[in-house]
Design a binder for this molecule. Structure first.
Ligand code: DAH
Length: 341
């Protein structure tokens, strides 16, 4: 068996004449000489067989040999970098793969539009709790416990407390505003409301409303109409027709419901407007004197108007949505249609 020195000499020749063609050659060289099972390692292991008096010299030779191998390797290290450059082409001028963006919910789009329309004429935005007490949802709105109007709103009661309900309308926020804010007030209160209805294309057990309230001295029904005309024109465009029908709400007197000409069929009749050409979008009226008195406001000094509009209905008209259930099914095929809005 050749001695350690002889082996080193032989390998030195090999290293000196080594000239890699490509990165693979260089890698093979690295594995052969410098790898964990490579020649440098195995020669080092042989050191123990070298007689003690020659060990120092052999150690130096081995060290020099190792440096020779390492030097050769780094001399051609550029080959690796070149190989990386020749790998699968990356065109850095290409646009990055698109990240799918979430979309705003159509109800939120419309709610935001409603808010910005009213903000332009000085309304501020307020909110109230969805779990409401009887006073704010009913009693203070001129709907005492035995009032038949309570039946119109199939109510969810909260079992922990007989005084609590899931609010049936955003009118409860009106009550909270009158209770806490100094006059005059001009607010809108968008939010979710609940009613115990069987879920179908036309009804749901939760939906969204936006309440409006304006109380000041000398507020008249003409102000109410003008405000709502402005709102409809802003939201649905010039030329949308509006009509008021007398109605009844316990918390307003007089009361009305407002219809707009159906924007889906242009008034000629379709399933959305039930072939009447008109769609109801809100209830409104002059705040009932009893309600003002409930909050220690003198109805001889202050008057006000209020309205409550249905956000689902308005969204339905704007985007021709034919089934209320679509709003809460989270079907991305539905939701993605509102991507650009
Ligand atoms: N709260 C009524 C409802 O849910 C809507 C409404 C009607 C609100 C008249 C009002 C109003 O503020 O004045 O059906």
């Amino acid at each position: 068996m050749p001695s350690l020195q002889e082996q080193i000499q032989e390998y030195q020749l090999e290293i000196n004449s080594f000239k890699p063609e490509n990165a693979a050659d260089l890698e093979n060289f690295r594995i052969r000489f410098l790898g964990t099972k490579g020649i440098v390692k195995s020669l080092s292991a042989e050191m123990k067989n070298v007689p003690a008096d020659q060990r120092k010299e052999a150690g130096q030779q081995l060290n020099a040999f190792k440096q020779l191998a390492e030097g050769k390797y780094s001399e051609f290290a550029d080959l690796h970098a070149d190989a990386a450059g020749k790998g699968p082409a990356i065109d850095i001028s290409l646009p990055a793969a698109p990240l799918p963006l979430g979309t705003r919910h159509p109800l939120r789009i419309v709610e935001n539009q409603i808010i910005s329309i009213f903000e332009k004429i000085g309304f501020t935005v307020a909110s109230g709790p969805e779990i409401e007490d009887d006073w704010h949802n009913f009693n203070s709105l001129n709907m005492p416990a035995d009032h038949p109007a309570r039946d119109m709103q199939d109510t969810f009661y909260v079992s922990q407390n007989p005084d609590w309900v899931l609010r049936t309308h955003t009118s409860s926020t009106q009550a909270r505003i009158l209770e806490t804010q100094p006059l005059p007030v001009r607010v809108i209160c968008p939010g979710r409301v609940y009613r115990n209805e069987t879920i179908s294309a036309r009804a749901h057990c939760f939906f969204h409303q936006c309440e409006g309230l304006y109380v000041d001295k000398d507020v008249s029904f003409a102000d109410l109409k003008q405000t709502l005309y402005y709102f409809v024109t802003e939201l649905f465009g010039e030329g949308t027709k509006v009509r008021f029908r007398p109605s009844y709400f316990p918390f307003t007197e007089p009361s009305a419901e407002m219809d707009i000409s159906c924007t889906v069929c242009g008034g000629s009749g379709c399933s959305l407007c039930k072939h009447t050409g008109w769609v109801e979008i809100l209830g409104c009226g002059m705040v009932h004197p009893n309600m003002l008195r409930n909050f220690n406001i003198d109805p001889e000094v202050y008057t006000g108007f209020a309205f409550g509009l249905g956000v689902e209905r308005i969204t339905q008209i704007k985007f021709a949505v034919n089934d209320l259930r679509l709003y809460s099914q989270n079907d991305v095929r539905f939701l993605r249609q509102f991507q650009s809005l």
